[in-house]
Design a protein around this ligand. Structure first.
Ligand code: ZN
Ligand code: ZN
Length: 423
């Protein structure tokens, strides 16, 4: 056992004593989720806890961002980030601490709210790591920065914290860390060097028609028919224009047109989602969408050029090889065969905007959160895809333990790979 493992075992010896507090904290955040940029109660609870642990705290960065800094002598600076926001999903888990809360979204709609992506667990784990490190200052040295970010799901939470002056509020980190709950067995942690998460983009396409009475189609250009042909043609991009084996997803997530059965509308809207692991593939897809939409509009005799709006952009998450090797090595020693090399994921994240803007290396890993027995049964039955609810599902229900313990240990072990006595 190296000195660094010694630091980890000293700091993590406190896990059992914080478990009750941490699980309570998690259940409270889960029961009262908040949408992006509205994480007011969550942020206040986080800030209060960090102050109790002796961190220097700054709040309301960007919108609801919080940072806590714990200086503990000379040494490296480690930043770890957790996202705090929930989703407009109606919880169907039936858990005793399920959310029944509702909120007003950015468009003014009344919506149900649920922590359906595990950000409540990210918050509880980072706070747990912060507490454990604060309780055992003799076991490490350096500076620990706990960063709680708003609005990951809206793709601009990292950006607003950066615009809110984050870079001037913290010492420059030597490394930035983050983790995410994934629908794999609880207790496991997966790292990957290089490309880990895809880029993500949303695109809104508005096509024009000529409105008319439903009984007089000869007087119209029907935008519903036009939009329908576009949806079908778009399916050919990934199938026919992208190199086989190259990862790409193009989903039409929303199609809207018309108001009533006997009215031909004058426009239709398509909302698309694009995921790739490379900028070249992303550009190919965006260009192909433009070509197809413009072509179909011309074919239909659409009276106006189509309108394209790109929004909710997420960059590719590209883990630094050296930082990842350091964390993977520390995980292998602490977690043994519960640590593994994880496949690339088609999900996306805005976390990397923070280290990229600060000009520092980063690594981002996955933490399992599904009850291991439940997962094993589904795997044996070949029914993982139908029986294991994924992130964003109304049935997404992380097993409280060992998920929180594992995520907290991962946060501590990774930080100590820089701050532990071995380095
Ligand atoms: Zn999510
Ligand atoms: Zn998420």
């Amino acid at each position: 056992m190296s000195d660094n493992d010694g630091s980890a075992s000293i700091v993590l010896a406190g896990q059992s004593t914080i478990a009750e507090w941490q699980e309570d904290f998690y259940r409270t955040v889960h029961r009262h989720p908040e949408l992006g940029h509205q994480e007011v109660k969550t942020a206040a609870a986080v800030a209060a806890a960090l102050r109790r642990f002796g961190f220097e705290v700054q709040e309301k960065i960007g919108s609801t961002g919080v940072i806590g800094i714990l200086q503990n002598g000379d040494g490296p600076v480690v930043l770890m980030r957790a996202d705090m926001d929930a989703l407009p999903v109606e919880e169907a888990t039936g858990l005793p601490y399920a959310s029944a809360d509702r909120a007003t979204d950015g468009d003014g709609n009344d919506v149900p709210v649920m922590h359906a992506c595990g950000h409540d667990a990210h918050v509880a784990c980072l706070l747990g790591a912060a507490r454990l490190l604060s309780e055992k200052p003799a076991a490490w040295h350096g500076t620990y920065i706990a960063l709680f970010q708003p609005a990951e799901e809206l793709a601009d939470g990292a950006e607003v914290m950066l615009k809110g002056g984050l870079a001037t509020m913290i010492p420059r980190p030597d490394v930035a860390l983050a983790q995410h709950m994934l629908p794999i067995p609880a207790g496991r942690v997966g790292t990957r060097a290089g490309t880990f998460l895809s880029s993500g983009d949303s695109m809104r396409v508005t096509v024009s028609g000529r409105g008319s009475h439903g009984s007089m189609p000869q007087l119209s250009v029907d935008p519903v028919v036009l939009a329908s042909t576009i949806v079908v043609r778009l399916q050919g991009i990934v199938a026919r224009e992208i190199t086989p084996g190259e990862f790409a997803v193009l989903t039409v997530g929303r199609i809207a047109g018309g108001s009533k059965s006997n009215i031909i509308s004058d426009h239709a809207v398509l909302e698309l989602n694009i995921r790739t692991f490379s900028e070249t593939t992303r550009t190919t897809i965006v260009k192909a969408i433009h070509r197809i939409v413009e072509g179909e509009c011309a074919t239909s005799g659409s009276p106006m050029r189509p309108r394209f709006e790109l929004y909710d952009h997420y960059p590719v998450t590209e883990n630094d090889p050296d930082a990842t090797a350091r964390v993977a090595d520390a995980f292998a020693r602490y977690f043994d065969d519960r640590a593994f090399t994880i496949d690339r994921q088609s999900a996306s994240e805005d976390f990397s905007e923070i280290p990229n803007t600060l000009g520092v290396p980063y690594t981002y890993w996955g933490v399992g959160c599904i009850d291991a027995d439940l997962y094993a049964k589904a795997e044996a039955a070949g029914s993982v895809s139908t029986d294991i609810p994924s992130n964003h599902s109304p049935n997404f229900a992380p097993a409280l333990e060992p998920t929180l313990q594992t995520g907290t240990a991962a946060a501590v072990v990774a930080a100590l790979a820089w701050l532990g006595d071995n380095y």
